[in-house]
Design a protein around this ligand. Structure first.
Ligand SMILES: [Zn+2]
Length: 486
């Protein structure tokens, strides 16, 4: 779900970007043949038309069985195409392309979620979200941006590499998983926690984040997500014995709750930076107008200038990138117009800066509210409430590793010449968190080019430029090969 929260947030020019390689002129990327494109389009269509929402109509297993069949038909050994998961409708598929010879080199994991967010025909302008429609240079359908385009690209890539007789120097793994968008059976998490041997890797490439930003057709930047905030919901509840509203008392569930929410509204979590955000702001200072540039330099100083941070923080995008944020998003309370409220409840949604756990933040909220009558519970992604929150923390970003960024940069610049490759911290969240927390570096990159103002993930009339699909297909064929050859 991340890329569309991530775009244009935080980007840092990577100095690692293989200084001025002349490769693009000498080694044009192999492009997919007409038959390969037809196959890749067919897979994409098939996936869009299998409903994988977390609803009674949706079924991730159906999609993964269809992909399993393709791999088995192509001659992958059954043992290397495993369908597994804790729920019959939420089976994950793990495909392994084995190294030519046994090696101690750890595999590369491509992590892709197969589920999509619900979409209603009535909300879409002219197409059915679960029909793959090509129109005016776009593919329409639920999941064309998030992330069946990447699922299809990776499936097609593995099939093509296999057909071409490619033998990597290390195992390449593709995991197609359930419940990234919600639901009780997050497949990425389940696999790494229950079947680490199947998905253990030197690093993860997660196309659910990052990508190429276009501005009126011109490429602006290629963003690689190197870290992300942790998503957490908290349920704040005030309860009261209630009574008749003709005899009000000072104690009142609604007033107690709103007092707490007003404290939250006035509060800012502390200013923070990490390697990714620091590099981003350092670069941004070179491009911004003088006052903003001066403020940015001031927050990069040691110690950071808090007055400058405050001025910059007026921009919500800046503010959310240098602190944890928590905001009230839902409110309910009372049960009758003429009764004192017995309950008042709010949802507070937090995006937690890497390095803090949801439980840290829950405790900070309790401290901020300073009202023992309030109950602050954690709400899981599946909507269940708990007295305490997870202790897991987003990992502070790993140093960009050359074996990922060298080919990523080289291939990106071959397809989109002159486009800077940058790293970003996403304000959203992906399944990468479960791998980052067991120490596997994760990089979010889809190689999908989208207009900055055409993010439609989770929304209506989701669509992908046909040309972007072909470019991602070409990118991943060469990228997987490059990673597998290291
Ligand atoms: Zn997604």
């Amino acid at each position: 779900m991340s890329r569309h929260f991530a775009s244009s947030l935080l980007a840092a020019i990577l100095s690692i970007a293989c200084a001025g390689t002349a490769l693009s002129a000498q080694n044009p990327l192999p492009t997919a043949s007409a038959e390969d494109r037809a196959m890749a389009r067919e897979i994409f269509k098939q996936l869009i038309e299998i409903n994988t929402t977390d609803t009674p109509l949706g079924n991730v297993t159906t999609a993964n069985v269809a992909m399993q069949k393709r791999f088995l038909d192509a001659g992958f050994p059954a043992a290397d195409v495993q369908l597994l998961g804790p729920d019959a409708r939420k089976q994950n598929l793990v495909v392994r392309m084995r190294a030519a010879t046994p090696t101690t080199k750890k595999p590369v994991l491509f992590l892709c979620h197969m589920d999509v967010v619900e979409a209603l025909r009535a909300d879409w302008t002219s197409t059915d979200p679960f029909q793959f429609v090509e129109k005016d240079g776009f593919y329409y359908g639920r999941g064309t941006q998030d992330m069946k385009e990447s699922d299809a690209v990776l499936v097609a890539t593995f099939l093509r590499l296999h057909r071409d007789g490619y033998k990597p120097n290390r195992d390449l793994i593709l995991a197609l998983t359930a419940d990234e968008e919600g639901g009780h059976f997050n497949g990425a998490k389940w696999l790494v926690q229950q079947h680490r041997e199947l998905v253990d890797a030197a690093f993860v490439i997660n196309p659910d984040a990052g990508g190429v930003e276009l501005d009126h057709g011109k490429t602006v930047a290629a963003d690689v997500e190197a870290t992300e905030k942790v998503y957490s919901d908290f349920q704040i509840t005030a309860t009261n014995r209630g009574g008749h509203s003709s005899v009000p008392r000072p104690d009142n569930a609604i007033y107690e709750l709103t007092t707490a929410l007003n404290k939250l509204a006035a509060y800012s979590f502390p200013f923070e930076m990490n390697g990714v955000t620091r590099a981003y702001f350092t670069n941004l200072a070179k491009q911004e107008k003088p006052q903003t540039a001066a403020d940015i330099r001031a927050i990069l100083a040691t110690p950071p200038d808090m007055a400058a941070a405050k001025r910059l923080g007026v921009n919500p995008e800046f503010s959310s990138n240098f602190r944890t944020t928590c905001v009230a998003t839902r409110l309910s309370g009372g049960h009758a117009n003429n009764a004192l409220p017995q309950t008042a409840q709010a949802n507070v949604n937090c995006r937690i800066f890497p390095g803090h756990s949801p439980e840290d933040i829950r405790k900070q909220l309790i401290g901020l509210f300073a009202d023992t009558k309030l109950n602050v519970k954690y709400v899981s992604d599946a909507g269940d409430t708990f007295d305490t929150a997870p202790e897991r923390k987003a990992i502070v970003p790993p140093t960009p590793i050359a074996e990922v960024f060298e080919p990523l940069t080289r291939l990106t610049q071959t397809i989109w010449p002159g486009t800077p490759v940058t790293t970003e911290m996403s304000n959203g969240a992906t399944d990468s968190i479960y791998y980052a927390e067991v120490g596997i570096p994760c990089y979010g990159y889809s190689a999908v080019a989208l207009e900055r103002d055409d993010s439609r993930a989770h929304g209506r009339d989701e669509r992908l430029p046909v040309d972007s699909y072909w470019k991602a297909l070409d990118f991943f064929y060469s990228f997987a090969k490059a990673l597998g050859s290291e």
